[in-house]
Design a protein around this ligand. Structure first.
Ligand code: EPS
Length: 392
């Protein structure tokens, strides 16, 4: 069983979205400003739809936190959906089931969305509930839970950032320095969270072109975690491997269809002599180091002390103004897929969600290794391991 567990609840246009997180030790100081800042970051980005002007996500913590500190009990976070007032009539909560009559029925499933597979799965002839739960609105809850994991990891010097590497066909063609990634994460005005201004301008054009064409664009975000100690995860059993756990965490983000660790994709078409990261020893720091990081900080599913680097590849989102053809759930006749207010590009926001998911997966592996019911106990265990590395 995972040491750090979390689930979410809530529908996109229901009264609220919830996150529940369990397993953090007692005594972690959590500044809610920090959590709300993460929520704000997720709402930004060039190419978002109208909904973000309506929602002002703020964490309402209902349990597990007293006087700004965790108490070792499950934490429940509530995020209000301001849209609820408007949707109350369209989404009656009573009369659930196939007989439910929604004022806003959705019977023209969008290819690529949950609409059809979820309707088949639950035997619905209206995809409204499918849309409501599958919506990326849910990622607000993940971001809130991830913010708690980030705050916990920061106690041990772990910092998790992200930036946008590609939007549509436009790609950042150089490596990003850590300080540059820090700067885009700190800058809430950054339109697409790309470290290179010229590339970002071209990315914006990709979004503009898609908007004009009634289309959507995907892209790639990269999450980098610095300060991660070696030894998290394990090679001993398939489901203990941290690369696999991180991949699942990132793959589960709405619209992500591929995940890469380090330079994994390029490695497949390169040579062993090029791809492996040479090992040396830094006597001053008393740590092993690498001159490159193609492995993305993970070897055999164990962290090696280098930056953990993971990329999420997003398909263009499936709600299109220039609708695709589909088949009606009731009549089975060819119709145009449903269109409702939508985003054009969500890559910068997905990067923020990626940070949250990486924080939760790393937080779990961190607590698995170091344990602790109080933050002091976790710290003693962590420091004990650092001494072991010093004396190695
Ligand atoms: C989404 C559709 C849009 C997005 C939503 C994800 O919702 P709406 O139809 O209400 O405009 O805005 O994302 C969010 C609400 C959010 O907070 O990220 C979808 O279908 O996935």
């Amino acid at each position: 069983m995972s040491r750090l567990r979390y689930v979410t609840a809530g529908e996109s246009h229901g009264p609220a979205i919830f996150a529940w997180i369990s397993g953090l030790p007692a005594g972690v100081r959590v500044d809610l400003e920090r959590v709300n800042r993460e929520l704000r970051r997720r709402q930004l980005g060039y190419g978002r739809g109208g909904r973000q002007k309506i929602e002002k996500d703020m964490a309402d913590v209902l349990s597990g936190l007293r006087h700004g500190h965790t108490i070792g009990a499950p934490i429940c976070i509530r995020l209000e959906n301001r849209e609820w007032e408007k949707w109350k009539q369209a989404l009656p909560v009573e009369d659930f089931g196939d007989s439910a009559q929604f004022a806003r029925a959705l019977t023209a499933p969008r290819p690529g969305h949950a609409d059809l597979p979820a309707a088949l799965k639950f035997n619905w002839h209206d995809a409204r509930y499918a849309l409501e739960r599958a919506s990326a609105r849910e990622t607000a809850a993940r971001t809130a839970a991830g913010a708690f994991a980030k705050v916990f990891l920061a106690e041990f010097g772990v910092e998790i950032l992200s930036h946008v590497v590609a939007v549509g066909h436009t790609r950042l063609e150089r490596a990003a320095a850590w300080e540059e990634i820090q700067a885009v994460c700190a800058n809430l005005e950054s339109p697409l969270r790309c470290v290179d201004a010229e590339t970002e301008e071209r990315m914006k054009k990709e979004v503009d072109d898609a908007l004009r064409a009634g289309d959507s664009v995907g892209g790639i975000f990269e999450v980098v975690a610095r300060g991660v100690p070696p030894g998290l995860g394990s090679h001993a059993q398939w489901d203990e491997k941290l690369d696999g756990r991180l991949a699942q965490a990132v793959m589960s983000i709405q619209a992500v269809k591929a995940v890469e660790i380090g330079s994994g994709v390029e490695n497949a078409v390169s040579y062993g002599s090029v791809v492996q990261d040479p090992i040396s020893y830094d006597a001053e720091r008393r740590r092993f180091t690498r001159s490159s990081n193609h492995a993305g900080g993970l070897e055999a599913g164990i962290t090696n002390g280098e930056d953990v680097v993971i990329r999420g590849y997003l398909k263009p989102i499936s709600t299109l103004r220039r609708a695709l053809g589909t088949a009606d759930l009731k009549t089975k006749e060819p119709v145009e897929a449903a269109y409702e207010r939508s985003d054009i590009c969500v890559v910068p926001a997905a990067g923020v969600v990626g940070e949250a998911m990486v924080a939760l997966a790393l937080g779990d592996a961190f607590l698995e290794k170091f344990g602790g019911d109080s933050i002091e106990e976790t710290r003693r265990n962590y420091e004990g391991f650092q001494s072991q590395l010093d004396e190695y």
